[in-house]
Design a protein around this ligand. Sequence first.
Ligand code: NAD
Ligand code: DAU
Length: 377
Amino acid sequence: MKNILITGGAGFIGSHVVRLFVNKYPDYHIVNLDKLTYAGNLANLRDIEDRPNYTFVRADICDFDMMRRIIEEHRIDGIIHLAAESHVDRSILDPFTFARTNVMGTLSLLQAAKIYWESLPEGYEGKLFYHISTDEVYGALELTDPEGIESPFTTTASSSEHHLAFGRKFFLETTKYNPHSPYSASKASSDHFVRAYHDTYGMPTLVTNCSNNYGPYQFPEKLIPLFINNIRKGKPLPVYGKGENVRDWLFVEDHARAIDLIFHKGKPAETYNIGGFNEWKNIDLIRVVIRTVDRLLGNPEGHSERLITYVTDRKGHDMRYAIDSRKLQAELGWEPSLQFEEGIEKTVRWYLDNQEWIDNITSGDYEKYYDRMYGDR
Ligand code: NAD
Ligand code: DAU
């Protein structure tokens, strides 16, 4: 029996990781620890909440005494740490909350695990602190490579060979950290603390840096679910700047599979980049989302294009993210399972079939936040 603590398990990616572990490992006890901020939602886990190998605990990772109690009480062997403030726009409005949760919260969890694991006769043997981080810590890539090739190379899902053939720039595990937003600065800081606990105390740790995720259960402040919901409601689609920024998109279940593989087979103290070589310019991606939603709603082709509204750019908006995940592919054999077109179709269908889920969370506080963010646009 292994006791695994998953933090942030009521959020978007965390809920997919919790579901995968609870279903796949009946011999593990999965403890989902989440503060249930605006982004945490237990409705994401209805299908597994009664399982005998699952426990939910509502707690704040910044509460150090509570972290010590939970880790000791559940005799935790492994931690998969996803709890965080995750939205760049919110970090621009409120950087303190990001420093508190992402930096101090991670430190509190590390120290609580250290005290418990060092108190055991076996010490760190069989233990692991796995920290989930982001590609944003590497900073931003240029839109145009030195060779004069503009990114993205094409706007269809393409293979790594196709992308790598022209010596284009990607984030590697060795790329120097260069975060720009308060969100990415807080994530970078937490990554450094995790590595410091390995280097200083010998704690077995792992860090992975993943590209943009999309799929079911993502809070509708992030680009894809926000736009699906706005198209459904006939509301404007606020495109930041010229819509030329590039993101590298991965279906969330593929990220969860990578986390499972790395948790079990990754080498402690290592870093792995996770991404699907799937770059899209925002405006091209938005057009795919519009076409898909219109088709599934039975609207004429191009019907919702009129909702595209160019708005003031995000402050310090990173131009391009692109992950090179060949290390993970070569060492552990991971590959994304879905082509982007399939992933988007699945995602749009899910949001259209689960309107109650989205309506429940887009009332109250979220609407107030949305007005504050976009009211002047
Ligand atoms: P999310 O915002 O959907 O979920 C975050 C979860 O953490 C929520 O359930 C929230 O209630 C919980 N939480 C927040 N503060 C907490 C606290 N103080 N104590 C306990 N729980 C708290 O985020 P997500 O998109 O699922 O991201 C999960 C992790 O993956 C984050 O660490 C993020 O930085 C990282 N990441 C996200 C992406 C992405 O595209 N979404 C990509 C790469 C990495
Ligand atoms: O790269 C990984 C990161 O991806 C994660 O670490 C973050 O937690 C996650 O939120 C995501 O960050 P982004 O800032 O890239 O995601 P977001 O969905 O907010 O925006 C995607 C792109 O779309 C970005 O270039 C900004 C743009 N955008 C976003 C919103 C919400 C718009 O043009 N309009 C919008 O309304």
